[in-house]
Design a protein around this ligand. Structure first.
Ligand SMILES: Cc1cc2nc3c(=O)[nH]c(=O)nc-3n(C[C@H](O)[C@H](O)[C@H](O)COP(=O)(O)OP(=O)(O)OC[C@H]3O[C@@H](n4cnc5c(N)ncnc54)[C@H](O)[C@@H]3O)c2cc1C
Length: 146
């Protein structure tokens, strides 16, 4: 909650009973309370990515897929281009948005990044119609990293 509030995200502490009212599928045993973030939600990641791509193209971006940056060309402290698996490209500005590979890409430019990777577990379920579409999303961060 402290972290959420430090980012200006609205966040409320609620009792275990309130949490169970919002998300009836939890077992309340041992639960002291929960953090409720009204602005949290679910969005289809594929559609969101496609929407971003469409917006970028509308504003003149060219997107090339299946291309890997293997070397970063520099002049002194400035990046001048990248060597990719599809050839060399020059640039004035390079944005490192390689996600969990950002540290590796940073290293190509000699820039150490204090970024680490934390393994997540996830599972896929069959679709069910038992859940109301307005059901709040639930996260159990205590169990994220076991
Ligand atoms: C299992 C899982 C579940 C998640 N669930 C959620 C969730 O529910 N909600 C949420 O908000 N977030 C979730 N996240 C986190 C979210 O997916 C990431 O924060 C987000 O995708 C990061 O976006 P990004 O664009 O910074 O990086 P990424 O989406 O990781 O994109 C980085 C891109 O860089 C490319 N790349 C890497 N190296 C190179 C290179 N050398 N040359 C060229 N391209 C390169 C990669 O191929 C990739 O396409 C989840 C992540 C995981 C792994």
């Amino acid at each position: 909650m402290g972290q959420a509030k430090s980012f200006g995200v609205e966040c409320h502490a609620v009792s275990a009973d309130d949490a169970a009212r919002m998300f009836p599928f939890i077992v309340k045993d041992g639960i002291e309370g929960a953090a409720f973030i009204p602005g949290d939600g679910y969005i289809d990641p594929y559609s969101l990515t496609m929407a971003y791509a469409k917006g970028a193209r509308l504003h003149g971006a060219r997107i090339e897929e299946g291309v890997c940056v293997v070397e970063i060309l520099r002049e002194g402290r400035r990046v001048r281009g990248v060597v990719t698996t599809h050839g060399t490209m020059s640039c004035d500005v390079l944005v490192n948005c390689a996600g969990l590979w950002a540290k590796r890409v940073g290293n190509l430019a000699g820039v150490p990044l204090a970024a680490g990777i934390v393994e997540h577990q996830y599972f896929l379920t069959e679709k069910t119609l038992k859940f109301d579409a307005s059901l709040t999303t639930l996260r159990d961060p205590d169990r994220n990293f076991i």
